[in-house]
Design a protein around this ligand. Structure first.
Ligand SMILES: Nc1ncnc2c1ncn2[C@@H]1O[C@H](COP(=O)(O)OP(=O)(O)OP(=O)(O)O)[C@@H](O)[C@H]1O
Length: 554
């Protein structure tokens, strides 16, 4: 704000300096006749008209340079502020997104959030925050210039400025609805562009095999071309009035000069006014244009802003609250009491009336046909999904929003498709831990128990080998064993293996299962498998059939 005011005054000063500058240029001696200015000439010891000329030129040069410097400073400060805010916005969206419960993630497309975090958050900066700052500084400068011009020539100022303003107001009213409509299309197309890229690159193997590049390219082209077309139209609406106004301004100036030329007043008295007006016009027009273009940006970015606000309003549990004191301690048993689950109100019941008690240290096997609810049951036990009705109790205490963090801290999960990041093997085993904080000894121990240590040792870079995006440089079975090593590294007291060994050959599966069997008897293990042989080490085996759980004797 202070900078804006400073820049505004510097601007006025530089415009104000034109008037004496042109007056001295046309009639230097006349300046000495102005009694009020005597003290200046005395202070600087100026006696001759040639000295005055030099003095006024110097003042003019200084004023112009000061004005330029202030504006550079202003633009530096406003861009730093707006882009800094953009960084805060995208971080906050990402933070809130990561803290959303699993049920929120499975019910929406990640493209929505990714486009929000990346492009839309930046658009809010360029389309909303920067324009608001620009409009406010432009308006302050504009008002101050207008005040100083009103002193020079009120009638002419009101007439020309009034015309300029009316023109912009008319254009703004005309384009308002179009800008809003285009803005809505832009926001939705952006999500589709992101989605089509994710889907295309995510399914690249099938795309190559099916030769379906053209299909994915056409989805991309349709949404991307629409996005760019509407962006271009909104940019055109914002930028084009400037050229109409510039032509108008020149015509007005020519008419004014023509009128002066025809009238009896001398050019010497009119030239300073003409010069001041020309320069002021040259400053006023860009300011009006900047304000108008800022307004068009705000209008077309309104839908983006709405999307961003929705993402920023995602509720998150107070982190302090979620890390509450020890509310759950697992020493005896896990109990599922009359648990039922459906993914959504209108969907089928995936789990029906589940009642089981699992003692600590048990090896629990779950089998069942595909699609019968095994993974869903695991997600409920891990607290990723809440039961639709019924409850899950740990030593008699129900899992709820406040104690869930504590429960999940003691869990390790090895899914069917293990997620591998494009970092070193050591980082993948000690997943989510800063590189410098990794306990290398523990990593190697975990790798040994997961029967992957020999494979890693045979690599030239050993534990520093990078695994490529989604672990492409490792086989499915090797990735799975990295996943098991990851679970063991965490020292978890409950391990969930969700078809974790299904990608392995029988022999490797057997060695891994044997090593799992040898794990500490305090560790509780859940194993979901298709093959009964995998569940040999289990002392509790359940079969899930059409959402119902039945104890099975093996
Ligand atoms: N996010 C979801 N939204 C709606 N329905 C779902 C969702 N995830 C799974 N389902 C449905 O819930 C049922 C159980 O799925 P689940 O993945 O638990 O089965 P599963 O026994 O683990 O299968 P598989 O052996 O093939 O992994 C299926 O009918 C499936 O279509």
């Amino acid at each position: 704000m202070l900078l804006t005011l400073g820049a505004s005054f510097a601007e006025i000063f530089s415009i104000g300096a034109i008037f004496p500058f042109l007056a001295v240029l046309t009639n230097p001696n006349k300046v000495f006749e102005i009694r009020e200015l005597d003290f200046i000439w005395k202070f600087f010891r100026i006696n001759h008209s040639s000295d005055i000329f030099f003095f006024v030129t110097l003042v003019f040069v200084c004023a112009s340079m000061l004005s330029g410097a202030m504006r550079i400073l202003l633009i530096y400060a406003t861009t730093r502020l707006s882009f800094g805010t953009g960084a805060d916005i995208s971080y906050e969206i990402y933070r809130r997104t990561l803290y959303q419960p699993y049920s929120v993630h499975i019910n929406r497309n990640s493209a929505e959030v990714i486009s929000g975090i990346t492009v839309k958050a930046s658009s809010v900066v360029t389309q909303i925050i920067t324009p608001i700052l620009t409009i406010s500084s432009s308006l302050i400068i504009l008002i101050l210039i207008l005040i100083s011009l009103l002193v020079v020539d009120p009638k002419l100022t009101i007439a020309t400025f009034g015309l300029f303003l009316l023109f912009y107001l008319f254009v703004a009213r005309y384009y308002r609805t179009r800008l809003l409509k285009n803005g809505k299309i832009l926001a939705s197309q952006l999500t589709i562009v992101q989605k089509s890229l994710q889907e295309g690159l995510g399914g690249i193997r099938d795309i190559i095999l099916n030769n379906s590049q053209k299909y994915f390219l056409s989805i991309y082209r349709n949404s991307d071309a629409a996005f760019r077309l509407y962006s271009a139209e909104n940019y055109y609406i914002g930028a084009s009035p400037r050229y109409v106004m510039e032509s108008f301004g020149m015509v007005a100036l020519a008419l004014f000069a023509y009128t002066i030329g025809r009238s009896s007043s001398s050019l010497n008295t009119s030239l300073p006014i003409l010069g001041s007006l020309a320069i002021a016009g040259q400053r006023i027009l860009p300011l009006l244009q900047q304000s108008y273009q800022g307004w068009t940006n705000i209008k077309s970015g309104q839908e983006n802003l709405r999307n961003i606000l929705d993402l920023l309003e995602q509720p998150i549990l107070n982190e302090k609250e979620s890390f509450n004191d020890k509310l759950i301690s697992f020493n005896q048993q896990i109990e599922l009491k009359a648990v039922n689950f459906q993914y959504n109100d209108s969907g089928p019941w995936v789990l029906k009336d589940i009642n089981i008690v699992i003692p600590k240290g048990a090896r629990v096997g779950i089998i069942g046909k595909t699609g019968n609810g095994k993974s869903t049951l695991m997600d409920l036990l891990m607290g990723l999904l809440p039961p639709t009705n019924g409850s899950i109790l740990i030593d008699g205490i129900e899992i709820n929003k406040l104690n869930i963090r504590e429960w999940q801290n003691s869990i390790a999960h090895v899914p069917q498709n293990i997620y591998i990041s494009d970092s070193s093997i050591a980082e993948n085993i000690a997943f989510g831990i800063d590189k410098n904080m990794i306990d290398v000894f523990k990593v190697k121990e975990a790798a040994k128990k997961a029967k992957i240590a020999d494979d890693i040792d045979s690599l030239p870079l050993g534990y520093d080998t990078r695994l490529g995006e989604r672990g492409v440089k490792f086989s499915g079975g090797q990735r799975q064993r990295v996943g098991i090593a990851r679970a063991l590294y965490r020292d978890s007291s409950i391990i969930f293996l969700d078809e974790a060994t299904s990608a392995l050959d029988m022999e490797t599966e057997k060695t891994i299962i044997d090593s799992i069997k040898d794990l500490d008897r305090n560790i509780t293990i859940f194993i979901v498998a298709h093959r009964l042989s995998t569940l040999e080490i289990c002392n509790h085996v359940y079969e899930i059939n059409d959402g119902r759980l039945r104890k099975k004797n093996i």
